[in-house]
Structure formats: C-alpha cells, structure tokens
Write a protein that binds this ligand. Sequence first.
Ligand code: ADP
Ligand code: MG
Length: 710
Amino acid sequence: MFQANSDIKYLQGVGPARAELLKKEIGVQTMADMLSYYPYRYVDRSKIYRISEIDGNMPYVQLCGQITQMEEIGEGHHKRIVGRFSDGTGWIELVWFQGLKFVSKAYKVRTPYIIFGKPTVFNGRLQINHPEIETTDQKDTDTTTPPQNRRTVQPFYHTTDRMKKHFLASHTIAKLMENLFSLITQPLPETLPQTIIDQYHLMAYDTAIRQIHFPTTNDNLRRAQARLKFDELFYIQLNILRYAKNRREKTNGYIFNTVGPSFNTFYYHHLPFPLTNAQKRVVKEIRQDMRSGRQMNRLLQGDVGSGKTLVALLCSLIAIDNGYQTVIMAPTEILAEQHLETLLNFLGDMPLRVELLTGSVKGKRRREILQSLLDGTIHILVGTHAVIEDGVQFQRLGFAVIDEQHRFGVAQRAKLWNKTTNSTNKTTSPHILVMTATPIPRTLAMTLYGDLDVSVIDELPPGRKPIKTIHQFMAHIDRIHASMRRELQLGHQVYVVYPLIQETEKLDLQDLEKGYADICDAFPEYKVSRVHGKLKPAEKDREMEAFASGKTQILVATTVIEVGVNVPNASVMVIMNAERFGLSQLHQLRGRVGRGAEQSYCVLVTKYTISETTRRRIQIMVDSTDGFQIAEEDLKLRGPGDLEGTQQSGIAFDLKIANLARDGQILTYARAAAQRLLDNDPDENQPQYHVAWQRLAALRDTNTNWGAIS
Ligand code: ADP
Ligand code: MG
C-alpha cells in the first residue's frame, strides 16, 4: 500500500545502497519526495529524424542508423573517439571526449542503433557529442517510424553523480517510479481547492502526477506541467501573502503626522540640488506609509547613483520631527563610514547627532554610543549589522533603513522590530525601508519579497552621461593601457578591479598582485593604490582615502569597492576576468564611474576563449546601462537560482518544476488565486478551502525555510 511519508527504503528495488544515494544525493527521503522528483527533460520518441533533415539549430533529435567507422584521434587532453553515423540519407559525426574505453568496447560498427542527442555544427560538419545510444531490433534503418515500445514521450531524470562507483541512472529511476506507482491503487488526493481547479482549467493532481512521470502525449504532458507549476507557485505565494497579511493585522506602525523643523530646515536651506521627480515621488509614497498607522515595509529600488541616500535622509528627518530615532544599516564598514560622511556633509551645521556603530567601534566609545541611543540623544545611527546585535537598544526607534538589501534576509529585518525599550505597545514596530540597487526582476520580486511594497527611482539626477562599455581581450592589454592613459592625462582617475572568490582566493590575490606590478610598470608617472580584503582595516582605509582624495590616480582593487564608494573624478572602470562576475555585480561596479559630468568608460576584460553564454552576457553589458533590463536578461540566461543574493533571501528557492524566468504568467495567476483565497477565507475555516490550508501546513512542516516565515 502507498503511504506518502513512509521511508523510501521500503520501495521495491531500493536496497540500503540505493536508499543512501536517493537520500544523500537527490534529497528523496520518503515516497512523497519520490513522487515529486520530476523528470527534467522529455524526449519525443514518437519521431525518428532522417539525417538529411537535420541542422545544427535543432533541439534533441532521435536518429536510426549504423556506425560505419570509428577511430580514436588526438593526444592527451584532446584524445577523443569520432564515429561516422549514417542512415542512408546522410551522415553525422558522433564524438566522445570521455569514457573512451567504455565507448570503444560498447559500440560496434555495422549494428543498428537508435541514437539521441543535440546536433551541433563544428568545422562545417554536423556532430552529436556524447549521444545516447540504444540497440534496436529494427533492421531496416531507413525509417521514420520507431519500434512499438518507443512511441511515447520518454522522461529523463537527473541522475546521481555518475563519477561515483554507484549511481542511479535515469532509466533506473524511471523503473523505481514504476514500482512506486504500482503501489498507488487509489487516486492521489487533490491538493488544490476545486474552485481554483475549475477557474484555471487545471488538470487534476492525480492525473498530472501520473502524466509528469509517464506522459501519454505531448499535450497531456504540457497540461500536467502547467498544473504542477501552478501548484508549486500557488503555495509559495499563499505562504508569503498570508505572512504579510498576519503581520499587517498584528503590527501597527508609528504615526508620523508632523513635518517639522528638521525636515523643513534641511529641505529649504541645506539641499544642495533640486530633487529629481522620482525622488520626490518616492518620498511622498514613504510619507504616506508613515502616516497610515500601518507599519511600513517598503523596498526602494533605484539604480546605482539614482540618489537613494538622500531619500533615506529626508525620511529620517520626518521620523526625527516626530520624536523618533533612525537607524541606517549598510553591508560593509567602508560603506557605513561613507554614509556617515555623506550625511554629515548634507546636514552641515544642523543640530542633529549622527553616530557610527560598527564591529570596530569598541570599548568606551561603544558603551557611550549605546548609552546615547538609550538616552535618545542620538538622532541617526549609521552602522553595519553590528546595530542589530543584542544589547543595542534605542529609546524610540521609529525608522530603519537597510541599504543594499540583498545581504539581509527576512529574519534580520524582523530583528529590527523590537529594538525599542519603551515600547508600551509591543505590537507597534518601526517603519522599514529596504534600499537596493540590485534591480530585481518583477517575477522574482513577487516571489522573494512578496511581503514588501515596492517603490522605484527610475530616473538619474540630470547631467549624467551614459557610461560607454567596451569588451577587450586580455591579449590586448596595450589597448587597455592606452585607454587608461588617455583618461589619466585628462586628470581623471581609474579603477582596475579583480574578482576575488573564496575558493580560489590565493590565485586571485596572485592575479591582483601581478596586475598591480604591471600597472606600476606601465604607468611609472602615476601613483597607484591597492586594496584587497587581506589588508588590515587601517591600511585599507589609508589606501582608499589616498585614491578618494586624488593623491593616487589608479586604484587596483578587489570587489571591496563594489557598492557605494563615491569618487566622482574617476572616469574609467577596468574589470579584469569579467567573465567571473555576475551581471548585476558588473553593473554595480560600473556604477562606480559616471558620477561626474564627464564621459566615463567601463572596460570588461576577458580571456580570448569564453563560452557562448559568457559572450552574450558581456554583450548585454556593452549594449545596456539599464540595470533592470540587465537583470531580466541575466535571469533568462542563468535562471533564478543563480541570481546573486537569492540564497540569503530566506525563502526556499529549490523550485521543483516552475522556472521564474519562463513561468511569469503562471506565477501571476497563482498569486492572484492565492490572494483571492485569502480574501474569501480570512478566518481559514471554510470547508471548501480546507484542502489548501492543510497542504500549506504540510509544506511548511517539510520545508524549514517556509516555516521560518510566520
Ligand atoms: P545610490 O542610489 O547609488 O545610493 P547616491 O545616494 O550615492 O546613489 O547618490 C549618488 C550621487 O548623486 C551622490 O553624489 C548624490 O549626492 C547625488 N545626488 C543625489 N540626488 C541628486 C539630485 N537630485 N541631483 C543631483 N545629484 C544628486
Ligand atoms: Mg547607495
């Protein structure tokens, strides 16, 4: 009998070794886990192509024919086996780079095979690399009709690690799946309310789960996929929207009615330039939230250089005018220090106390700051995550700003809510503004930050020239140096950035040191600073300071300068090994230049041999300076799992079947359905929706990330 939560080791065909593989390598613990281990690809085995029909742009194809000759060529790394495969209408090369011993034994010439793979063109010849090969009893290979048992859509499962001694091949998993389904004698219980199934014309769960593993037709398969994607996204949305609703109901926000002397003095006497329209609109949106009596949770998206800091300051002044304190949190010490400096510059001689609290503020100084927070004499506290440590308490914290949010998850945000000592009413929480320059595509934002309202600064301050971006190969270092020299001679400054990735840290540092030496050699007439994570903070500060103040003209650095740093005189950003950065990271880095009125340049340097995908990603950077467009394209090329920062979001991202880049439409429907369910059944007690609440509870039990949102 089928029992959803019984251990997978009880499934026929699964012994201790396989149970271990299933659990450790693909996370399948129970029968239910196995049910939702979906195939990642399907092959339409209902058609056999003729080689004369094939070109290099086609997706996977199935061919029937014979290998007419096979030979091993090349030496060492380049050693490979090349076979010539022919079906009477033409021939195609089969190429193997790995497992050559196995290949040379397993495949015979003049034997009928059905092969399967993705055709490509190399040196003008059609090839399939590492084809899947099966023998066939079909003697007549001049056919487009597959043998009887092949006329279906065949599922492929991700296998366990093939390099290990034991592994589970796709067809083994398929066989286990058959064993599993032979246990299921009753229809599987429906997981969505009937009204939703009807409204969106969804396939029943039981049908969908059978079709996803054993599709009968392409059309059924597509409907099954749609149903299960909807299911997956619906429950993610229901979880988030319900969380947001609960929070809204449970927590009040402080009411900031007054716009008083701090705001007005600043606005009319200290503001160095007029606000952009986008800044004005956003300040207005935030003011409305601050007056509403509800706690604000707002995400402020704005490209690098769009002036988010000023918005944060203006809103802080409103909080101060209403008798509350503000905290502004940055991801790094350098950034926190810069914020402090920026704020002090903006505020000039206004009688407000702004202080810095980071990990390096210690001892007496720290105690003094903590005391002044309690006294209420500090108006604005700027800091790193040190400000959310236990022991940091405010007298009246009313407004919290989190800058560069992708490093702060839902849980850290929640920590801010009880930082005030005199909280007479425990359920009143400070307003929270999360600022990010990482443009999060809409579909992703809906999933990740479904509980936040969103404001966008979609306008840069006037007078900025778009940065020109150029792709150069490392081999042309002389051209890169020439561009640098041109700008240096105009009195501008130059950044040269190297990636630093933890796993390859040593090598990266060597790269940087060598790059530094090369630059010093090539530009003896200029002074060069060097900054990386291994320097002592004091040393780092000294080097940064030298560059910021113009004492040095070139800064060779790792990504410590990634966010926030402001040197308007810098006009060139050279990014070495650009292929190793994410697109939004490249965009952030590029945003370090183009801050003055002069034309600025970004040079993306890669080695000569880069993959097609890398080339396209670099091209996106060359073509666009619009962070949102870049993020959208990036999402399409990479898939959401790779998007920087999503891991820290605190929301499960191991989607089993849905794909955020491609399934935006289904996501929109699923979100609407979830919202309607919440509206129709606010007390969660209507029998027709019972199934949904039960399913949500079960998902929250098995998914710790989901449970963390409560
Ligand atoms: P980001 O949104 O990347 O945090 P910043 O707040 O650092 O951007 O602002 C970038 C630069 O633009 C700063 O030098 C800031 O003083 C300036 N700036 C901000 N708002 C305006 C404006 N309305 N007009 C002109 N310059 C502005
Ligand atoms: Mg900023």
